[in-house]
Write a protein that binds this ligand. Structure first.
Ligand code: 5GP
Length: 215
């Protein structure tokens, strides 16, 4: 059987201020919709309780991270909250070649790098329903000290200013509704004319010879 995928996967860059619920949103979409995977980034930050190497992130030392940067292994990378985060080029290419859409949950600096590089990607910004909700979500996490929460809120304020650079905005008030919106975006983008396999269209045109139009 021919296993060649009929389409190349689409890249979805999903950015949001910390605490907007981007992680749950992406996880839910991957669970609900076929042929969508989430890229697992590399980071120098230590794992939080319950996080596993290779699942949430590849947790690496600064030395190893530097080696990846030098080798050109990252599609983009940035310093966020004092730690380094990078997207594996190889992972993204393997998935898109296999016909899988890839969610990149990355910060606004990383998204800007991909946009500047002219990458064919769809840019989605996730907003919290209010500032109070954002603050409460960060405080409830419990994994962050008050100083770290304050730092994340200060960064969030700066990040919010960038939402106009994105193609879509999803307000994450109720998770199920936000997942439905993100799903609609992914499904619609899959159907853009330039992404629909031209093999399908030329097959149709070949079949539509004048002879077949007789009856
Ligand atoms: P956290 O440490 O809370 O998991 O993530 C902190 C921030 O880093 C989030 O905004 C997250 O989206 C961002 N981030 C995670 N992976 C990457 C990446 O590979 N590249 C960039 N630029 N940002 C990332």
């Amino acid at each position: 059987m021919d296993k060649t995928p009929t389409r190349r996967g689409v890249l979805f860059v999903v950015s949001a201020p910390s605490g907007a619920g981007k992680t749950s949103l992406c996880q839910r979409l991957v669970a609900e919709l076929d042929d969508v995977v989430q890229s697992v980034s590399y980071t120098t930050r230590p794992p939080r309780p319950g996080e596993r190497h290779g699942r949430e992130y590849y947790f690496v030392s600064r030395e190893v991270f530097r080696q990846h940067v030098a080798a050109g292994d990252f599609l983009e990378w940035a310093e966020v909250h004092g730690e380094w985060y990078g997207t594996s080029r190889q992972q993204v290419e393997a998935a898109t070649h296999a016909g899988k859409d890839v969610l990149l949950a990355i910060d606004v600096q990383g998204a800007a790098q991909l946009r500047a590089a002219g990458l064919d990607a769809v840019f989605v910004f996730v907003l919290p329903p209010s500032w109070e909700v954002l603050r409460a979500r960060l405080q409830q996490r419990g994994s962050e000290s008050p100083a770290a929460v304050a730092r994340r809120l200060a960064v969030a304020r700066q990040e919010l200013a960038h939402y106009t650079e994105y193609d879509y905005v999803v307000v994450n008030d109720e998770l199920a509704k936000a997942v439905a919106v993100l799903r609609a975006i992914v499904v619609a983008e899959r159907h853009r004319v330039r992404r629909v396999g031209c093999a399908l269209v030329s097959g149709l045109l070949q079949a539509a010879t004048p002879a077949t139009e007789d009856g």
